[in-house]
Design a binder for this molecule. Structure first.
Ligand code: AMP
Ligand code: MG
Length: 407
């Protein structure tokens, strides 16, 4: 691709993608299937938490005023386990044996822990060894959450804690955004599927399976269309199928070579190109367009470039389609592990290992032979963003990194 082609910055590219991306519809699904989906409505508590005043410890429910500096001998009137209701009020000189999570009986205003008690002269008696202030070891009704309060925001990604919260709020059916259908097409005459031993000038299709995995991890519903050669007929037919999805990913053939037919064919099929060329390395030839509600990404054929474009441009679109509250990439600060020569014009995405260091996270660039080198990605767990410039960024410089969320 000639260098004169106008390139937009990565930030502009993300903004363009997100501003052109609408919201998909919603559906209700069983709680058991809700992990990794995006919540389509806020969830409110329908009960207080705790639902009643309850004991935080195993011990004795007491009237704190009954216990002097030297302790007190109290009469045990009943035993209250979690799940059972007290039947008697605690009167002067009385106590109830109580366990964690059990309701506090009427009359009691504190729980003395069992470690500060000893057996009394009979089974019905206990010696409380120390006084206890009113309210001690009691979790009051509604102290954590009040009924009616929003406990999960619309747009929350649903992980394990959210599943727990949905269960607690009685949501065995969960309103979520529909998963975007993501069509994936690999192009190139040289490609064969993984089960085949490449002969002559063939290479295996890494991008098809990789994009399928990336799309699923990002919340999409992948639909792998296979390999299209560079011959116009079959390529057109498969591209037409891809354009019926919510999102169409086509890898390879997106540069400006003789046989790079992706862009002209997309245009012929009515796709409006929003940008073609982003000032990043790797991934410069990336293309983004739209036809109706369908978003189209042309990704470079080199596997590392393809993966970088997915993570820095496509994943945000998949999140936005589902109303994710944080669609743009979440960058985190780290310090650079060794010096890096900047690129004069383009933002570098360097494969890196993010490791804990003495003063925070250290991002150590992983050596690579170039954008076909998937090994460098396998050995990495993040990408470092190195802004364009003429100088060398020294070891210890503050950088932003994009952690790998797909594993
Ligand atoms: P292209 O973007 O079509 O110019 O391809 C750039 C490089 O990536 C070439 O060396 C292609 O052989 C290679 N390539 C294209 N598609 C794939 C694929 N699906 N899997 C692995 N390598 C690919
Ligand atoms: Mg090609």
């Amino acid at each position: 691709m000639p260098d004169e082609r106008p390139m937009i910055s990565w930030e502009q590219a993300v903004e363009t993608v997100l501003s052109r991306t609408g919201l998909l519809g919603t559906e209700k699904i069983p709680l058991a299937d809700a992990r990794n989906r995006i919540l389509a409505a806020a969830v409110r508590a329908d009960v207080d938490s705790p639902p009643f005043d309850r004991s935080a410890m195993d011990g004795y429910a007491v009237r704190s005023a009954d216990i002097g500096p030297a302790g007190a001998d109290l009469e045990i009137i009943e035993k209250i386990a979690a799940g059972s209701l007290p039947t008697l009020p605690i009167g002067p000189g009385q106590t109830a044996r109580i366990f964690t999570g059990a309701p506090i009986p009427e009359g009691a205003d504190a729980v003395q822990i069992q470690e500060r008690t000893e057996a009394g002269e009979s089974e019905r008696k206990v010696r409380i060894l120390e006084p206890v202030p009113p309210g001690e070891n009691i979790r009051r009704q509604g102290e954590e959450v009040r009924a009616g309060q929003v406990v999960l925001e619309k747009g929350s990604p649903i992980g394990a804690a959210e599943i727990g919260m949905l269960a607690w709020t009685g949501n065995d059916q969960v309103p979520v955004a529909r998963r975007p259908r993501v069509s994936i097409l690999s192009t190139g005459d040289e490609l064969v599927e993984p089960g085949i031993l490449p002969a002559g000038a063939q290479i295996r299709n890494s991008n098809g399976p990789m994009l399928t995995a990336l799309a699923a991890a990002a919340g999409g519903n992948p639909d792998y269309l296979g390999i299209a050669g560079d011959e116009p007929g079959p390529l057109r037919a498969l591209m037409a199928r891809g354009l019926s999805a919510d999102l169409f990913l086509v890898s390879g053939g997106v540069s400006v070579g003789q046989r790079d037919r992706v862009r002209p064919f997309l245009e012929e099929m009515g796709v409006a190109i929003e940008f073609h060329g982003v000032a990043i390395r790797p991934g410069k030839p990336a293309l983004f367009g739209r036809r109706g509600e369908t978003l189209v990404f042309g990704l470079p054929g080199n596997p590392v470039s393809c993966l970088v474009i997915f993570r820095c441009l496509v994943a945000p679109a998949i999140r936005k389609l589902q109303g994710h509250r944080q669609p743009s990439p979440l960058l985190i600060p780290a310090t650079l592990g060794r010096p890096v020569r900047r690129n004069r014009k383009r933002l570098l995405f360097l494969q890196a290992r993010l490791e804990p260091g003495p003063g925070g996270l250290v991002a150590e660039p992983v050596s690579t032979t170039g954008s076909a080198d998937l090994q460098s990605v396998v050995r990495s767990n993040a990408m470092i963003l190195i802004p364009a410039g003429a100088d060398t960024l020294p070891a210890g410089a503050a950088v932003m990194v994009l952690p790998d969320e797909s594993r």
